[in-house]
Design a protein around this ligand. Structure first.
Ligand SMILES: [Zn+2]
Length: 228
């Protein structure tokens, strides 16, 4: 039977750190727009995301990725054999073709614009940045959603590092302070990062809530959103 990603990471960890205690692993395939792999160590928990483009990769390629990521997080040198195996695989014709296709599909969000018919998200972000944050918040790309979803007012899309705001708010009947409030809320998420759960990071701790109260039209905006 084929070992799971989880088993591959545990085995590779043992090779790299024979005597250290085994951390908790959360390892998953993730739909990045690219052959992208990320790893993070926090509170002795490892969270790794492997591009789902590599889902069908042979075991030794997955081992190579595990080795490279774990070496990176524990500041160990990457073995040349692993590095070249991974490079060769990503450069193979098959994977290049798949990557190209997926990038076209998933990357299409980048073609969208922060400028809607009524509101320009990036302009609103920049104004709020000056008004509330001394211009200190780094602005990720922003875009109006493709569909007119009511399920999510706005969210952060880590695969594209983009803030997506539902297009229903790009409308003359929506007051500017409502769009400002939605963007302000997302800015607070940038300032108070939390662990990602899937693509959501909607956790509102006490500091977050205190800072949210500094938005003057908070209650009016919330009342508007409740009436939607
Ligand atoms: Zn939130």
């Amino acid at each position: 039977m084929r070992p799971s990603l989880h088993e591959i990471f545990q085995k590779t960890y043992r090779e790299l750190r024979p005597r250290a205690p085994m951390p908790q692993f959360r390892v998953e395939f993730y739909p990045f727009a690219n052959v992208n792999n990320t790893i993070r160590l926090r509170d002795s928990k490892i969270h790794a995301r492997i591009s789902d483009l590599l889902e069908g990769a042979p075991g030794n390629v997955l081992e190579a990725i595990a080795h490279i990521l774990l070496a990176k997080v524990y500041h160990r040198p990457v073995e040349a054999a692993h590095a070249s195996r991974f490079r060769r695989y990503v450069a193979s014709k098959d994977i290049r073709a798949k990557t190209h296709l997926v990038r076209q599909m998933r990357g299409s969000k980048r073609m969208q614009s922060p400028r809607g018919l009524f509101y320009d998200l990036e302009q609103i972000f920049d104004e709020l940045n000056v008004r509330f944050f001394h211009g200190l918040v780094g602005r990720p790309p922003m875009t109006w959603s493709q569909d007119r979803s009511r399920r999510s007012l706005a969210h952060y899309d880590p695969a594209h590092n983009t803030i997506v705001v539902s297009r229903i708010f790009d409308h003359a009947r929506v007051p500017r302070y409502v769009v400002e409030y939605i963007v302000y809320h997302e800015m607070l998420h940038l300032r108070h990062p939390v662990k990602l759960r899937g693509s959501r990071r909607c956790v509102h701790g006490p500091e977050f809530q205190a800072e949210e109260k500094l938005f003057p039209e908070l209650e009016k905006a919330k009342a508007f959103l409740r009436r939607l």
